[in-house]
Design a protein around this ligand. Structure first.
Ligand SMILES: Cc1ncc(COP(=O)(O)O)c(C=O)c1O
Length: 578
């Protein structure tokens, strides 16, 4: 990987761990013997194979004889499903699975249906979880096998396998779990899970591709798929791939002793937290609320297309949860089964982290998909305006903002009240508030040049104010405020997403019982301002927009006279936060 590349697709595949490469090296060169041969060339190969089997068994908490090597997750799943079906035909023909399984489960089952199998697919909830009661209800006297994945590859949701095992055990039905994604990431001990069969995929845990394993509980009847000499206890014929088995063994050993998963989880949680902080409800997390793999962040960029979001980040390897066709976007079957609304799921991106992921890499991704201070080029617009125009050249210039001052005074806020003036960089309200004796002031503005100008104007007094250059929708307010003042910012929020984000910031910023004073163009005010469209309000429509958390107390109409002599109709409304 070169400097510019960021790999966040560890659920698709992992690189070989250096320890795995070292363990395999002698088997590329020296040890070439057939593990079934009883001579000097065969015995080291056999010993290495059995050591690898013991290493896999140690990770799975089972006996070595209960582990067979396969070519990967797909083969392990095929062997579990077909092997149990073929070995139990006289007992039954019914198999239960879930709606979020990998194709390596669903396709073999579809094939078995052509041979007479009956398959029941149990649903999942909004977080992707199977309800064990649904499994219980699906069982019939003809059921021979239940196959439910341990952790989902797309969203990372972990299934309640131990609870499902209690159901299958009581019914005398075998339970298989596809643990391709969970082995090496969370505990996957066969005994604790209570499963009869469990699939492992080497390349998901830093071992090579083309190697996997299947745990088959002692005494479980299974028909091999590949017949030949008696390799692997007669359950999978063919001379074993010692080289790859050694790699899988070393990877399992490493997984058992690796203590870094809490660090990966912390990175994932921080990444999701920053995304939420910056994008508000323009981002949702699939599987939120459920137990999830610690490395997986499956995130919907609401109203966007996942592939386009990915394309914004140079050098990023990650996956989308939707497939683009010529003229449409289709949700992945997993997200569809979870009932993710298409408008959200269309924008799904799976970021899957690994042992080598750093915060620096995640920050680079964030800088492209959720830049800290900017929404849709708004900042650029306002920085240009305030960089080029004199203070009294803009139409919204006000020498003394008396309506705002009056309304703030009527909130009853004393001199120690915490007040934020949203979009206040280009206003003289802060001067008037300082004059009036208010001491705890924050001026928030999207345009740093506007703040610079105000600071210069206030000279020594500027240090009495906290200046914040941020888009209101992305601002983290910190300690709660008593008063929120905004003259002519909210009316620029013309998309529902922007209004939601603004409202979310306001809710975070204001203490319960705090006041919001908001001035917007009235319904007979201008339709455009500074070349941008605005949304006009009457007090009632503004109250409806802000919702039940804000109670309208009073409102005042104001006629603003621009420096050019035009009259603009404003309405100022005061709300109390519930
Ligand atoms: C849940 C799950 N099962 C099975 C597989 C298939 O494993 P393999 O690639 O080793 O055949 C994968 C790989 O994507 C997977 O994520």
């Amino acid at each position: 990987m070169n400097e510019g590349q960021i790999y966040l697709d560890f659920n698709a595949s992992t690189p070989l761990a250096p320890e795995v490469v070292e363990a395999m090296r002698p088997f590329l060169t020296e040890h070439f013997g057939n593990p079934s041969s009883h001579h000097w060339a065969g015995t080291p190969a056999k010993a290495a194979l059995e050591r690898a089997r013991a290493q896999v068994a140690a990770l799975l908490g089972c006996d070595a004889e209960e582990v067979i090597f396969t070519s990967g997750g797909t083969e392990s799943n095929n062997l579990a499903l077909k092997g149990v079906f073929f070995a139990n035909r006289e007992r039954g023909d019914h198999v239960v699975t879930s709606a979020v399984e990998h194709p390596a489960i669903l396709q073999p089952l579809r094939f078995l249906e052509t041979l007479g199998a009956k398959v029941t697919v149990v649903p999942v909830d909004r977080a992707g979880r199977v309800n064990p009661d649904d499994v219980r209800r699906a069982l019939t006297p003809r059921t021979i096998l239940v196959s439910i994945m341990h952790a989902n590859n797309e969203v990372g949701t972990v299934q309640p396998i131990a609870e499902i095992a209690a159901v299958t055990r009581a019914a005398g039905v075998l339970l298989h779990t596809d643990a391709a994604q969970s082995v090496g990431k969370i505990p996957t001990r066969a005994g604790e899970l209570g499963v009869d069969l469990l699939s492992v995929a080497g390349h998901k845990l830093y071992a090579p591709k083309g190697i996997g394993a299947l745990f088959i509980r002692r005494g479980t009847r299974i028909q091999p798929l590949i017949h030949g000499a008696g390799h692997e206890g007669g359950r999978r014929a063919g001379t074993e791939n010692v080289l790859l088995a050694v790699g899988l063994g070393a990877a399992c050993d490493l997984a058992r002793t690796w203590v870094g998963m809490p660090a990966v989880r912390a990175l994932r949680d921080r990444f999701e937290h920053v995304l939420k902080e910056r994008l508000g409800d323009r981002v949702t997390v699939n599987g939120a609320g459920a137990e999830r793999l610690p490395n997986t962040a499956n995130v919907n960029f609401v109203g966007e297309v996942g592939a386009k979001v990915l394309a914004r980040v140079p050098g990023l390897a990650a996956s989308t949860g939707s497939a683009c066709h010529a003229d449409s976007v289709e949700l992945s079957p997993v997200l569809a089964a979870m009932g993710v609304p298409p408008r959200e799921g269309m924008g799904a991106v799976r970021f899957s982290l690994g042992r080598t992921t750093t915060w620096e890499q995640l920050e680079r991704v964030l800088a492209h998909v959720a830049p800290p201070d900017e929404i849709g080029g708004r900042r650029e617009h306002w920085e240009k305006i305030y960089g080029e125009k004199r203070e009294d050249e803009v139409s919204w210039f006000q020498g003394r903002p008396s309506t705002s001052l009056d309304l703030i005074a009527r909130t009853g806020a004393g001199p120690n009240a915490r007040i934020v003036d949203v979009g206040g960089g280009a206003s003289r309200l802060v001067d008037a508030l300082l004059d009036a004796g208010y001491q705890d002031l924050v001026v928030l503005d999207i345009a740093a040049p506007a703040l610079d100008r105000a600071r210069k104007r206030l000279a020594a007094n500027a240090s009495r104010v906290k200046w914040v250059a941020s888009d209101v929708a992305r601002w983290e307010p910190g300690a709660p405020f008593d008063v929120w003042h905004d003259r002519a910012v909210f009316h620029f929020m013309v998309t529902p997403e922007d209004r939601r984000a603004y409202r979310a910031t306001m809710l975070r910023a204001l203490r319960p019982g705090g006041h919001a004073v908001i001035g917007t163009f009235a319904s007979d005010g201008p339709e455009m301002c500074s070349g941008l469209p605005v949304q006009r309000y009457e007090p009632e429509t503004l109250a409806a927009e802000l919702g039940v958390d804000f109670r309208l107390v009073e409102s005042i109409r104001q006629e603003h006279v621009t420096p050019g002599g035009k009259v603009q109709r404003f309405q100022f409304s005061r709300f109390v936060r519930a």
